[in-house]
Design a binder for this molecule. Structure first.
Ligand SMILES: [Zn+2]
Length: 380
Protein backbone atom coordinates (compact mmCIF):
# COMPACT_ATOMS: atom_id res chain seq x y z
CA UNK A 1 0.00 0.00 0.00
CA UNK A 2 1.87 3.06 -1.24
CA UNK A 3 0.67 6.49 -0.17
CA UNK A 4 -0.75 8.59 -2.99
CA UNK A 5 0.34 11.79 -1.28
CA UNK A 6 2.25 12.67 1.86
CA UNK A 7 0.64 14.74 4.59
CA UNK A 8 3.91 15.50 6.34
CA UNK A 9 5.70 14.35 9.45
CA UNK A 10 4.26 13.70 12.89
CA UNK A 11 6.67 12.96 15.75
CA UNK A 12 9.30 12.53 13.04
CA UNK A 13 7.29 9.84 11.24
CA UNK A 14 6.17 10.26 7.64
CA UNK A 15 2.39 10.18 7.32
CA UNK A 16 0.79 9.55 3.95
CA UNK A 17 -2.66 9.01 2.55
CA UNK A 18 -3.74 6.52 -0.10
CA UNK A 19 -6.48 7.78 -2.44
CA UNK A 20 -8.85 5.03 -1.23
CA UNK A 21 -9.20 6.87 2.09
CA UNK A 22 -11.40 9.36 0.22
CA UNK A 23 -13.87 6.52 -0.39
CA UNK A 24 -14.18 6.05 3.39
CA UNK A 25 -14.42 9.77 4.02
CA UNK A 26 -17.23 10.22 1.49
CA UNK A 27 -19.12 7.02 2.46
CA UNK A 28 -19.05 7.89 6.15
CA UNK A 29 -19.84 11.59 5.69
CA UNK A 30 -22.77 10.90 3.35
CA UNK A 31 -24.05 8.01 5.49
CA UNK A 32 -24.00 10.12 8.64
CA UNK A 33 -25.40 13.25 7.00
CA UNK A 34 -28.42 11.31 5.74
CA UNK A 35 -28.94 9.57 9.09
CA UNK A 36 -28.82 12.67 11.31
CA UNK A 37 -32.08 14.32 10.06
CA UNK A 38 -34.12 11.29 11.21
CA UNK A 39 -32.86 11.55 14.79
CA UNK A 40 -32.59 15.35 14.94
CA UNK A 41 -34.93 17.02 12.42
CA UNK A 42 -35.41 20.76 11.76
CA UNK A 43 -31.77 21.75 11.19
CA UNK A 44 -30.53 23.29 7.92
CA UNK A 45 -29.12 20.79 5.41
CA UNK A 46 -25.62 22.30 5.54
CA UNK A 47 -25.41 21.58 9.26
CA UNK A 48 -26.08 17.86 8.67
CA UNK A 49 -23.48 17.80 5.90
CA UNK A 50 -20.94 19.63 8.07
CA UNK A 51 -21.59 17.32 11.04
CA UNK A 52 -21.16 14.22 8.87
CA UNK A 53 -17.93 15.54 7.39
CA UNK A 54 -16.56 16.62 10.78
CA UNK A 55 -17.37 13.24 12.31
CA UNK A 56 -15.61 11.31 9.54
CA UNK A 57 -12.56 13.60 9.60
CA UNK A 58 -12.23 13.19 13.38
CA UNK A 59 -12.61 9.43 12.88
CA UNK A 60 -9.68 9.44 10.44
CA UNK A 61 -7.66 11.44 12.97
CA UNK A 62 -8.49 8.78 15.58
CA UNK A 63 -7.18 6.14 13.16
CA UNK A 64 -4.03 8.21 12.76
CA UNK A 65 -3.60 8.39 16.55
CA UNK A 66 -3.93 4.58 16.68
CA UNK A 67 -1.22 4.07 14.04
CA UNK A 68 1.00 6.78 15.47
CA UNK A 69 0.94 5.05 18.86
CA UNK A 70 2.19 1.81 17.20
CA UNK A 71 4.96 3.79 15.50
CA UNK A 72 6.08 5.68 18.60
CA UNK A 73 6.14 2.57 20.81
CA UNK A 74 7.94 0.63 18.05
CA UNK A 75 10.63 3.26 17.92
CA UNK A 76 10.94 3.21 21.69
CA UNK A 77 11.50 -0.55 21.46
CA UNK A 78 14.31 -0.20 18.97
CA UNK A 79 12.27 -0.88 15.81
CA UNK A 80 12.55 1.94 13.31
CA UNK A 81 9.44 3.01 11.46
CA UNK A 82 9.17 3.36 7.70
CA UNK A 83 5.96 5.41 7.54
CA UNK A 84 2.24 5.48 8.26
CA UNK A 85 -0.34 5.26 5.50
CA UNK A 86 -4.09 5.71 5.85
CA UNK A 87 -6.12 3.76 3.31
CA UNK A 88 -9.45 2.08 2.57
CA UNK A 89 -9.44 -0.27 5.55
CA UNK A 90 -7.79 1.95 8.13
CA UNK A 91 -4.14 2.61 8.71
CA UNK A 92 -0.85 0.79 8.30
CA UNK A 93 2.28 1.60 10.26
CA UNK A 94 5.16 0.01 8.34
CA UNK A 95 8.03 -1.10 10.54
CA UNK A 96 11.50 -1.65 9.12
CA UNK A 97 12.09 -4.83 11.08
CA UNK A 98 10.40 -7.33 13.36
CA UNK A 99 9.99 -6.74 17.08
CA UNK A 100 13.13 -8.01 18.85
CA UNK A 101 11.29 -9.88 21.63
CA UNK A 102 7.77 -11.17 22.38
CA UNK A 103 7.49 -8.45 25.06
CA UNK A 104 8.27 -5.71 22.54
CA UNK A 105 5.73 -7.25 20.15
CA UNK A 106 3.05 -7.10 22.86
CA UNK A 107 3.81 -3.44 23.62
CA UNK A 108 3.92 -2.37 19.96
CA UNK A 109 0.74 -4.24 18.99
CA UNK A 110 -1.19 -3.64 22.19
CA UNK A 111 -0.90 0.13 22.36
CA UNK A 112 -2.98 0.72 19.19
CA UNK A 113 -6.25 -0.86 20.39
CA UNK A 114 -5.61 0.70 23.82
CA UNK A 115 -5.45 4.17 22.25
CA UNK A 116 -8.65 3.49 20.26
CA UNK A 117 -10.39 2.29 23.42
CA UNK A 118 -9.29 5.36 25.40
CA UNK A 119 -10.40 7.67 22.58
CA UNK A 120 -13.76 5.87 22.49
CA UNK A 121 -14.19 6.28 26.23
CA UNK A 122 -13.17 9.96 26.05
CA UNK A 123 -15.68 10.70 23.26
CA UNK A 124 -18.34 8.77 25.19
CA UNK A 125 -17.62 10.75 28.35
CA UNK A 126 -17.85 14.04 26.43
CA UNK A 127 -21.13 12.95 24.83
CA UNK A 128 -22.59 12.06 28.23
CA UNK A 129 -21.38 15.32 29.75
CA UNK A 130 -22.88 17.46 26.97
CA UNK A 131 -26.12 15.48 27.02
CA UNK A 132 -26.53 15.99 30.76
CA UNK A 133 -25.87 19.74 30.50
CA UNK A 134 -27.57 20.71 27.24
CA UNK A 135 -29.70 17.64 26.48
CA UNK A 136 -29.48 15.49 23.35
CA UNK A 137 -28.51 17.14 20.09
CA UNK A 138 -26.54 16.84 16.89
CA UNK A 139 -23.15 17.34 18.59
CA UNK A 140 -23.93 14.69 21.20
CA UNK A 141 -24.91 12.33 18.36
CA UNK A 142 -21.59 12.96 16.57
CA UNK A 143 -19.61 12.35 19.78
CA UNK A 144 -21.59 9.20 20.58
CA UNK A 145 -20.91 7.88 17.07
CA UNK A 146 -17.18 8.63 17.46
CA UNK A 147 -17.21 6.81 20.83
CA UNK A 148 -18.92 3.75 19.33
CA UNK A 149 -16.73 3.52 16.24
CA UNK A 150 -13.48 3.86 18.21
CA UNK A 151 -14.52 1.16 20.67
CA UNK A 152 -15.59 -1.04 17.74
CA UNK A 153 -12.17 -0.43 16.18
CA UNK A 154 -10.44 -1.45 19.41
CA UNK A 155 -12.51 -4.64 19.70
CA UNK A 156 -12.12 -5.64 16.03
CA UNK A 157 -8.38 -5.04 16.19
CA UNK A 158 -7.79 -7.35 19.14
CA UNK A 159 -9.35 -10.34 17.33
CA UNK A 160 -6.48 -12.85 17.46
CA UNK A 161 -5.76 -13.03 13.72
CA UNK A 162 -2.97 -11.65 11.50
CA UNK A 163 -2.65 -8.93 10.24
CA UNK A 164 -4.76 -7.39 13.02
CA UNK A 165 -3.12 -6.19 16.23
CA UNK A 166 -4.65 -9.18 18.01
CA UNK A 167 -2.82 -11.42 15.52
CA UNK A 168 0.44 -9.81 16.64
CA UNK A 169 -0.51 -10.41 20.28
CA UNK A 170 -1.29 -14.06 19.46
CA UNK A 171 2.05 -14.29 17.67
CA UNK A 172 3.86 -12.88 20.72
CA UNK A 173 2.14 -15.43 22.96
CA UNK A 174 3.04 -18.42 20.75
CA UNK A 175 6.55 -17.01 20.32
CA UNK A 176 7.01 -16.81 24.11
CA UNK A 177 5.59 -20.33 24.61
CA UNK A 178 7.51 -22.08 21.84
CA UNK A 179 10.55 -19.81 21.47
CA UNK A 180 9.98 -20.00 17.72
CA UNK A 181 8.96 -16.72 16.03
CA UNK A 182 8.39 -18.37 12.64
CA UNK A 183 6.03 -20.97 14.05
CA UNK A 184 4.24 -18.09 15.84
CA UNK A 185 3.82 -16.20 12.56
CA UNK A 186 2.41 -19.33 10.92
CA UNK A 187 -0.18 -19.72 13.72
CA UNK A 188 -1.24 -16.04 13.51
CA UNK A 189 -1.41 -16.23 9.71
CA UNK A 190 -3.57 -19.36 9.89
CA UNK A 191 -5.93 -17.61 12.31
CA UNK A 192 -6.01 -14.59 9.97
CA UNK A 193 -7.06 -16.72 7.01
CA UNK A 194 -9.74 -18.43 9.12
CA UNK A 195 -11.15 -15.09 10.32
CA UNK A 196 -11.01 -13.75 6.76
CA UNK A 197 -13.06 -16.67 5.41
CA UNK A 198 -15.52 -16.29 8.29
CA UNK A 199 -16.03 -12.60 7.43
CA UNK A 200 -16.46 -13.45 3.74
CA UNK A 201 -19.09 -16.07 4.66
CA UNK A 202 -20.98 -13.72 7.00
CA UNK A 203 -20.73 -10.95 4.38
CA UNK A 204 -22.19 -13.15 1.63
CA UNK A 205 -24.95 -14.27 4.00
CA UNK A 206 -25.80 -10.63 4.87
CA UNK A 207 -25.78 -9.65 1.20
CA UNK A 208 -28.20 -12.46 0.36
CA UNK A 209 -30.35 -11.64 3.39
CA UNK A 210 -30.82 -8.09 2.10
CA UNK A 211 -28.13 -6.00 3.80
CA UNK A 212 -26.19 -5.69 0.55
CA UNK A 213 -23.85 -2.82 1.41
CA UNK A 214 -22.73 -4.10 4.85
CA UNK A 215 -22.45 -7.61 3.43
CA UNK A 216 -20.22 -6.58 0.54
CA UNK A 217 -18.14 -4.41 2.86
CA UNK A 218 -17.60 -7.26 5.31
CA UNK A 219 -16.66 -9.62 2.47
CA UNK A 220 -14.11 -7.11 1.17
CA UNK A 221 -12.56 -6.76 4.63
CA UNK A 222 -12.44 -10.57 4.89
CA UNK A 223 -10.83 -10.86 1.48
CA UNK A 224 -8.09 -8.41 2.44
CA UNK A 225 -7.49 -10.27 5.70
CA UNK A 226 -7.00 -13.52 3.80
CA UNK A 227 -4.61 -11.88 1.34
CA UNK A 228 -2.57 -10.10 4.01
CA UNK A 229 -2.43 -13.09 6.36
CA UNK A 230 -1.26 -15.27 3.46
CA UNK A 231 1.43 -12.72 2.59
CA UNK A 232 2.66 -12.68 6.20
CA UNK A 233 2.77 -16.47 6.28
CA UNK A 234 4.72 -16.51 3.01
CA UNK A 235 7.19 -14.01 4.39
CA UNK A 236 7.75 -16.20 7.45
CA UNK A 237 8.56 -19.13 5.15
CA UNK A 238 11.00 -16.94 3.24
CA UNK A 239 12.72 -15.92 6.47
CA UNK A 240 13.06 -19.55 7.46
CA UNK A 241 14.62 -20.41 4.10
CA UNK A 242 17.08 -17.53 4.23
CA UNK A 243 18.04 -17.99 7.88
CA UNK A 244 21.80 -18.11 8.42
CA UNK A 245 22.73 -16.77 4.97
CA UNK A 246 24.97 -13.70 5.02
CA UNK A 247 24.62 -10.71 2.72
CA UNK A 248 28.12 -11.56 1.42
CA UNK A 249 26.85 -14.83 -0.05
CA UNK A 250 24.05 -13.17 -1.98
CA UNK A 251 25.69 -9.96 -3.20
CA UNK A 252 27.21 -9.28 -6.56
CA UNK A 253 30.78 -8.25 -5.59
CA UNK A 254 32.64 -5.15 -6.83
CA UNK A 255 29.80 -3.57 -8.78
CA UNK A 256 30.51 -1.14 -11.61
CA UNK A 257 29.88 2.34 -10.23
CA UNK A 258 29.23 5.63 -11.98
CA UNK A 259 31.17 8.77 -10.93
CA UNK A 260 28.97 11.49 -9.47
CA UNK A 261 30.81 14.04 -11.61
CA UNK A 262 29.43 12.45 -14.81
CA UNK A 263 26.52 14.00 -16.67
CA UNK A 264 23.38 12.08 -17.54
CA UNK A 265 24.45 12.17 -21.19
CA UNK A 266 27.84 10.61 -20.40
CA UNK A 267 26.22 7.99 -18.20
CA UNK A 268 23.73 6.96 -20.87
CA UNK A 269 26.32 6.96 -23.65
CA UNK A 270 28.93 4.84 -21.87
CA UNK A 271 28.79 1.16 -22.84
CA UNK A 272 29.87 0.26 -19.30
CA UNK A 273 26.47 1.26 -17.95
CA UNK A 274 24.30 0.63 -20.88
CA UNK A 275 23.38 -2.99 -21.07
CA UNK A 276 24.28 -4.98 -18.01
CA UNK A 277 22.07 -3.63 -15.24
CA UNK A 278 19.15 -1.31 -14.75
CA UNK A 279 20.73 0.60 -11.86
CA UNK A 280 24.25 1.55 -10.77
CA UNK A 281 25.85 2.82 -7.56
CA UNK A 282 27.14 6.38 -7.76
CA UNK A 283 30.49 7.19 -6.11
CA UNK A 284 32.36 10.44 -5.39
CA UNK A 285 35.97 11.30 -6.32
CA UNK A 286 37.26 9.14 -3.50
CA UNK A 287 35.18 6.14 -4.53
CA UNK A 288 32.81 6.61 -1.59
CA UNK A 289 29.20 5.69 -2.43
CA UNK A 290 26.80 8.65 -2.52
CA UNK A 291 23.70 7.14 -4.13
CA UNK A 292 22.18 4.92 -6.77
CA UNK A 293 21.09 5.87 -10.27
CA UNK A 294 18.62 3.93 -12.40
CA UNK A 295 18.98 3.92 -16.17
CA UNK A 296 15.28 4.76 -16.35
CA UNK A 297 15.60 7.89 -14.20
CA UNK A 298 18.50 9.03 -16.37
CA UNK A 299 16.62 8.30 -19.59
CA UNK A 300 13.62 10.28 -18.31
CA UNK A 301 15.67 13.49 -18.55
CA UNK A 302 14.74 15.22 -21.85
CA UNK A 303 17.45 14.71 -24.44
CA UNK A 304 18.40 18.37 -24.78
CA UNK A 305 19.05 18.65 -21.04
CA UNK A 306 21.09 15.48 -20.51
CA UNK A 307 24.48 17.09 -21.10
CA UNK A 308 23.82 19.82 -18.53
CA UNK A 309 22.28 17.53 -15.89
CA UNK A 310 24.59 15.84 -13.41
CA UNK A 311 23.99 12.33 -12.06
CA UNK A 312 23.48 13.79 -8.59
CA UNK A 313 20.27 15.41 -9.83
CA UNK A 314 18.67 12.10 -10.88
CA UNK A 315 20.19 9.63 -8.42
CA UNK A 316 18.50 8.31 -5.29
CA UNK A 317 20.66 9.67 -2.44
CA UNK A 318 22.46 7.15 -0.26
CA UNK A 319 20.22 7.78 2.76
CA UNK A 320 17.21 6.55 0.74
CA UNK A 321 18.97 3.40 -0.50
CA UNK A 322 18.95 0.29 1.74
CA UNK A 323 22.47 -0.56 2.89
CA UNK A 324 24.01 -3.57 4.62
CA UNK A 325 27.33 -4.91 5.86
CA UNK A 326 28.67 -8.07 4.14
CA UNK A 327 28.38 -10.03 7.41
CA UNK A 328 24.77 -8.98 8.10
CA UNK A 329 22.06 -11.63 7.92
CA UNK A 330 20.33 -11.49 4.55
CA UNK A 331 16.97 -11.87 6.30
CA UNK A 332 17.40 -8.56 8.09
CA UNK A 333 17.72 -6.79 4.78
CA UNK A 334 14.37 -8.08 3.44
CA UNK A 335 11.97 -5.44 4.87
CA UNK A 336 14.13 -2.56 3.64
CA UNK A 337 14.49 -4.17 0.20
CA UNK A 338 10.76 -4.79 -0.06
CA UNK A 339 9.76 -1.25 0.81
CA UNK A 340 12.50 0.38 -1.25
CA UNK A 341 11.58 1.79 -4.64
CA UNK A 342 14.99 0.83 -6.10
CA UNK A 343 14.76 -2.89 -5.18
CA UNK A 344 18.46 -2.96 -4.42
CA UNK A 345 20.76 -2.61 -1.45
CA UNK A 346 24.33 -1.39 -1.47
CA UNK A 347 26.76 -3.45 0.58
CA UNK A 348 29.25 -1.25 2.42
CA UNK A 349 32.30 -2.18 4.45
CA UNK A 350 33.81 0.71 6.43
CA UNK A 351 32.21 3.23 4.10
CA UNK A 352 33.47 1.52 0.93
CA UNK A 353 31.24 -0.07 -1.66
CA UNK A 354 31.91 -3.82 -1.82
CA UNK A 355 28.76 -5.22 -3.40
CA UNK A 356 25.15 -4.87 -4.44
CA UNK A 357 22.14 -7.08 -3.64
CA UNK A 358 19.02 -6.99 -5.77
CA UNK A 359 15.56 -8.39 -5.10
CA UNK A 360 16.08 -10.79 -7.97
CA UNK A 361 19.30 -12.10 -6.37
CA UNK A 362 17.18 -12.99 -3.36
CA UNK A 363 14.37 -14.61 -5.30
CA UNK A 364 16.96 -16.66 -7.21
CA UNK A 365 18.44 -17.90 -3.94
CA UNK A 366 15.05 -18.68 -2.43
CA UNK A 367 13.84 -20.61 -5.44
CA UNK A 368 17.08 -22.60 -5.43
CA UNK A 369 16.79 -23.22 -1.68
CA UNK A 370 13.13 -24.19 -1.84
CA UNK A 371 13.79 -26.68 -4.63
CA UNK A 372 16.60 -28.28 -2.62
CA UNK A 373 14.25 -28.31 0.38
CA UNK A 374 11.55 -30.23 -1.43
CA UNK A 375 14.16 -32.56 -2.87
CA UNK A 376 15.37 -33.36 0.63
CA UNK A 377 11.78 -33.79 1.75
CA UNK A 378 11.18 -36.43 -0.89
CA UNK A 379 14.50 -38.20 -0.51
CA UNK A 380 14.30 -38.80 3.22
ZN1 LIG B 1 -3.30 -1.29 15.11
Amino acid sequence: MKATFMLGRLAGIRVGVHWSVLVILVLLAVGLATRFPEAYPDHPAWLYALSGLAASVVFLLSLLAHELSHAVVARRNGVSVEDITLWLLGGIARLKSEAPTPGAEVRIAGVGPLVSLLLGLAFGFLAGLLASVFGAGLLVEVLAWLAAINILLAVFNVLPAAPLDGGRLLRALVWRRTGNPLRATAVAAGAGRALGWLLVAVGVYLAIAGAALSGIWLAIVGWFLIAMATAEGGEAKLRELLGGIAVRQAMGPDPVAAPVSASVAEFLASPAYRYRHSAFPVVDDEERPVGLVTVKAAADVPEDRRAATGLSAVMVPLEDVPTAHPDDDLVQLLPALESSSVHRALVLDQGRLVGIVTSSDISRITSWLSSSYSWRGRAF
